[in-house]
Design a protein around this ligand. Sequence first.
Ligand code: ADQ
Length: 491
Amino acid sequence: MDPGRLVVVSNRLPIVIRRAGSSQWQISPGSGGLVTAMGPVLKHRGGLWLGWLGIPREDCPSERRLNSLLTTGTSRTGYSLRYVHLRREEIEKYYYGFSNEILWPLFHDLFSHCNFDPCYWETYQLVNKKFAEHVKNHTQKGDYLWVHDYQLILVARELRRLGLDRQIGFFLHIPFPPLDIFLKLPWRFQILEALLKYDLIGFQTARDRRNFIGCVRALLGYRVSGRGQVNTITVDDRQVLAGSFPISIDYREFADFAKTQEVADQAWIIHANLPRRQIILGVDRLDYTKGIPQRLLAFENALARYPEMRRKVTLLQVVVPSRQGVEEYEKLRHEIERLVGEINGRYTEVGWTPVHYIFRSLPRKELVAYYRTCEIALITPLKDGMNLVAKEYCASSTEGNGVLILSEFAGAAAQFYPHALLVNPYDLEGVADAIYQAFTMGQEERQSRMRRLQATIQKNDIVNWVNSFLRAGISKDLNDFPQMEFFVPKQ
Ligand code: ADQ
């Protein structure tokens, strides 16, 4: 097969457009794990990214204005962008409903957060069909189609119904649950059968792949063969591959940027304002899967049980706003802010506030300066597909002095054992003990652990991730794709 372009299909485009004044619009880069991972790949190789603009059709500017904004976006990103319009009602039921009230909590084993409202399924199918129609209209023979994440599981099914028989890959960025959890999904057969319409299904970890294979065996009875990284499932006369491909970051890019003078200056300012103490960093999107309240309670437990840490540590918790306007997320924010207030109320002394709390999206320079300068990263999701923040923290640790405390339920834990301090985020005393262990860890041990973590990420970086997926999918790697010509405007 001659690979034409790499075509990425995801719920959201990697850009955000928003109103700036009554008739002005502005475009800025999006954030989140998928953009961090796929952005550099398409930037280097060119290609096409197809997705939703992030605002309802009813609120969008005219098509003419949109197209001119996207032309600006294309010249900034270095690859083509195509949008799918979604109406407000579709967003409610497909995105907030089926994707985020059903698949997201269920796949993170947080069954009690699910709302299995039957009216969501119909719209989830219709929107996936709409995406498939756009994919069909904007791609050509030879393109490799790579669909991303739980919002778009049905795209291959819909493309097959439209008569498209191209190679289609799918990558699930979130975990795949074990059989006893997956069984609770009212649409369990439809979702499994739809996944099997792809030619290659990628998971973050071997555990997720095993969970998926367990569901396929138990619910559909298809024959599964193969061991190691990739399994083959025989579905009638087709062979479907299921593999584990731990996602990563552009290691070099983070490491080089962390070393720049502008980041060093910013890092100095952070420590000058919080002198003579170790800073413990938490960075998360606002989400109940990230375990932020549990982390705050564990930090409080550490302050209570290890009084020698008082005045000598500060927890700096950055929470990036996410799914704003959703009641459950508003409640979570209030819970976090209540706990921050409670801990600070109990322990603050003149010249020392135990928790510094930031609720906003940070400029990249500031984020990387925090990564570089904070002595400890406390990353304790209740469950996470991978967790790129953990990898970014290590890549940015220029002096190699950082200690990573990581939840054993983050996908990254499988790669980082035993050099990170692995914890069970529900075990408050265990997490508190790990904080104390990191706080008292000597320079030599810190450096030796961090060097090993860095070597692991460097060896398994983003290009390695894309290449292993493409090799499994079409026996090609990134170098086989033509480097697209793209226009980069003069500054
Ligand atoms: P997320 O749940 O978004 O990703 P994560 O993997 O940690 O979680 O990625 C967050 C990304 O947002 C990081 O790249 C980080 O740099 C970026 N970010 C954090 N703070 C920011 C800020 N203030 N401003 C701008 N950007 C910020 C999902 C899954 C994960 C999986 C990824 C990738 O939930 O498990 O690792 O996709 O597959």
